[in-house]
Design a protein around this ligand. Structure first.
Ligand code: HEM
Length: 499
C-alpha cells in the first residue's frame, strides 16, 4: 500500500473516530448514538419524541444517554427520580441553556456577560411581578381587556346568523382574543385609543415568526430561514422605546423591565425591544394553544361543559335566567380560585397537550444520585433532560391516559393531589410549566387568564364542535418546546345564550 494511501486511510479513520464521538464509560447510562455521526438520533427524536423515548425506555430502562445533533442528552424517564434532578442546583444549571438559545432566538445579546453586570439576576427578580400581590392587578386588567375584546368583537347581535348560530375556527378564535387581550394587559394601549390599530398585522407576523420557532431553538442560522429575519426585525421594532413611550396602562412588570433596561447603556434600543418581544412570545405562545385545548375538550364533552358552566354560575352567584349579554362580567381572585372543576379541566387539557422538555446542563463531571442506592456518572457539558409528557401519558399513573376526564384532578369536591407510580406517591405529577428554579413565572397568571376566557365564553355562548370532523390531533412539530398546537383547526358553532 502506498504511503499516501496509508496516510489517507489513517486520516479517514481519525475523522470517523472523532465524528463517532464518545463511548460509554463505567457508571454511565447506556449510550445511544445512532449511525449518523454528529446528528445521532436527532431525526428520529424530532419525528415523534414521545414515541422515541417510550421505545428506548423499553429497551434501555429509565435512564439513557442519546446523541442528538452533537449534544449528549441523558433522559430520566422515572418520575419518582424527578425530585433528585430538580433539586440539584449547583451542578445542573438552567441559565447556560437560556443564555444561549433565547438570545439567539429573540435577537438580544447573551444576558450573562461582563457587559451587563447583574442583568440576569434583575430579570429574574422582575418575574415576581407576575405573581403574589402583583397577580391581582394583572388579572383584573386581563379581565377588562378580555371583556373589551369579547364585547366589541363578539357580543353584538348579528341578525343574519342562522338561528343565532355563528360558525368559526376554534384555534383562530382563541388566538385572536387571547393575543390581543394579553398584549393590552402586558404592554397597554395607545394614549389616544383603547385598542392598537395594527393588532391583526402584529398577530399575523407573530404567527409567522412562531412557526419558525422550533428551527430557531435548534439554532438553524437565520439566513437559512427565508423571511424570518425580516419578520423578527419588524416584530422587535414594534417595541422600540419611542413607540412604547406612547402607550398607557402598561403592566408594572413591563414598566419595571423597561426601567431596568434603561440602566444599561450597553443595551441598544433594539436590544431592549427584543427583550420585550421575547416576553410577548413567552406570554402567548403556550397560553393560546392551552386555551384552545381546554375549549376544545369542553366543547366536545357536553357533560363536562355542563358541570363547569354550573360551577361558574354558582361561584359568580349568577342566575342563568337573569344573566344577559349586555351585562359585563367581573371575577375576583377569590372567585377564580374557587373554580376547581374548571381548573381541573384546564389541567387535564394541559396533561394531554403539553410536551415541554426540562433541561439542565451539567457544570462538572459528577455522580448524579438518583435514590439512596443508585447514581449515574454525568459528564460536564451533558444535558440532563426530563420529558414530562411521558409521565402525563403513563397508564400506571393516569388510568386511560388518552381520555379527557375533566374531573381527574378532583376528589370529594376538592383538588386531587395524590397520584402514584409503583405505589409511591409522586411529588411531581403534572409539569406543563417546567420545574425547580426555572419553572414558568407566569404559570398562575396563565391559569387565571385561561379561566377568565372560558368563563366569558361559557357565560355568553352556547358552543358546539361542528359535526363531520375528525378528532383534533396534536402537531408534534414543537415537541419538547411547550404546549402543542392542533394539527389542523377545528370548526365550531357558537351563539349568544338566551337562557
Ligand atoms: C399555559 C401557558 C404557559 C405554559 C405551558 C408555560 C410554560 C413554560 C415553560 C415550560 C417554561 C420553561 C421552564 C423550564 O425550562 O423549566 C416557561 C418559562 C417562562 N415563562 Fe411560561 N408558560 C406559560 C405561560 C406564560 C405566561 C402567561 C407568561 C408571562 C406572562 C410566561 C412567562 C415565562 C417566562 C418569562 C419564562 C422564562 C423564565 C426564565 O427565564 O427563568 N409564561 N414557561
Amino acid at each position: 500500500m502506498s504511503p499516501l494511501l496509508l496516510l489517507l486511510l489513517g486520516l479517514l479513520s481519525l475523522v470517523l473516530c472523532v465524528l463517532r464521538g464518545r463511548s460509554r464509560r463505567d457508571g454511565e447510562p447506556p449510550l445511544i448514538k445512532g449511525w449518523i455521526p454528529f446528528i445521532g438520533k436527532a431525526l428520529e427524536f424530532g419525528r415523534d419524541a414521545h414515541k422515541f423515548l417510550e421505545e428506548h425506555k423499553k429497551k434501555f430502562g429509565d435512564i439513557f444517554t442519546v446523541q442528538i445533533a452533537g449534544k449528549y442528552m441523558t433522559f430520566i424517564m422515572d418520575p419518582l427520580v424527578y425530585p433528585s434532578i430538580i433539586k440539584h442546583g449547583r451542578q445542573l444549571d438552567f441559565n447556560e441553556f437560556s443564555n444561549t438559545v433565547a438570545p439567539f432566538t429573540f435577537g438580544y445579546p447573551p444576558v450573562i456577560s461582563r457587559k451587563f453586570p447583574g442583568l440576569r439576576e434583575e430579570i429574574k427578580r422582575s418575574f415576581h411581578l407576575l405573581q403574589g400581590d402583583s397577580l391581582t392587578p394583572l388579572t383584573e386588567s386581563m379581565m377588562g381587556n378580555l371583556m373589551l375584546v369579547f364585547r366589541q368583537d363578539h357580543l353584538e347581535e348579528r341578525p343574519g346568523d342562522e338561528g343565532g348560530w355563528r360558525s368559526g375556527s376554534m384555534y383562530e378564535f382563541c388566538y385572536t382574543v387571547m393575543f390581543e387581550a394579553t398584549f393590552l394587559t402586558m404592554y397597554g394601549r395607545p394614549l389616544s385609543a383603547i385598542r392598537h390599530s395594527r393588532m391583526g398585522v402584529l398577530r399575523e407576523d407573530f404567527i409567522k415568526f412562531d412557526s419558525m420557532f422550533p428551527l430557531l431553538i435548534a439554532r438553524i442560522p437565520l439566513w437559512l430561514l427565508g423571511r424570518t429575519k425580516a419578520i423578527r426585525e419588524k416584530l422587535i421594532n414594534y417595541f422600540l422605546p419611542h413607540r412604547m413611550s406612547c402607550w398607557s396602562n402598561m403592566s408594572q412588570f413591563i414598566r419595571t423591565r423597561s426601567e431596568l433596561f434603561n440602566q444599561y447603556d450597553s443595551l441598544t434600543d433594539s436590544h431592549k425591544a427584543a427583550h420585550h418581544f421575547a416576553i410577548l412570545w413567552a406570554s402567548v405562545a403556550n397560553t393560546v394553544p392551552a386555551t384552545f385545548w381546554a375549549m376544545y375538550y369542553l366543547a366536545s364533552h357536553p357533560e363536562a361543559l355542563q358541570v363547569v358552566r354550573q360551577e361558574i354560575h354558582d361561584v359568580l352567584g349568577i342566575d342563568g335566567v337573569e344573566f344577559t349579554s349586555d351585562r359585563d362580567v367581573t371575577l375576583s381572585k377569590e372567585q377564580l380560585d374557587k373554580l376547581l372543576y374548571l381548573e381541573s379541566a384546564i389541567n387535564e387539557s394541559l396533561r394531554l397537550s403539553s410536551a415541554s422538555m426540562n433541561i439542565r446542563v451539567a457544570q462538572e463531571n459528577f455522580d448524579l444520585r438518583l435514590d439512596s442506592e443508585h447514581s449515574v456518572a454525568v459528564r460536564k457539558g451533558d444535558i440532563i433532560a426530563l420529558y414530562p409528557q411521558s409521565m402525563h401519558l403513563d397508564p400506571d399513573i393516569y388510568e386511560e391516559p388518552q381520555t379527557f376526564k375533566f374531573d381527574r384532578y378532583m376528589q370529594d369536591g376538592r383538588e386531587r393531589t395524590d397520584f402514584y407510580k409503583d405505589n409511591q406517591k409522586l411529588k411531581h405529577y403534572l409539569m406543563p410549566f417546567g420545574s425547580g428554579s426555572s419553572m414558568c413565572p407566569g404559570r398562575f397568571f396563565a391559569i387565571n387568564e385561561i379561566k377568565q376566557f372560558l368563563c366569558l365564553l361559557l357565560l355568553y355562548f352556547d358552543v358546539q364542535v361542528e359535526d363531520g370532523q375528525t378528532r383534533a390531533t396534536l402537531d408534534s412539530n414543537r415537541a419538547g418546546l411547550g404546549v402543542l398546537q392542533p394539527a389542523t383547526d377545528v370548526r365550531f358553532r357558537y351563539r349568544l345564550r338566551t337562557v
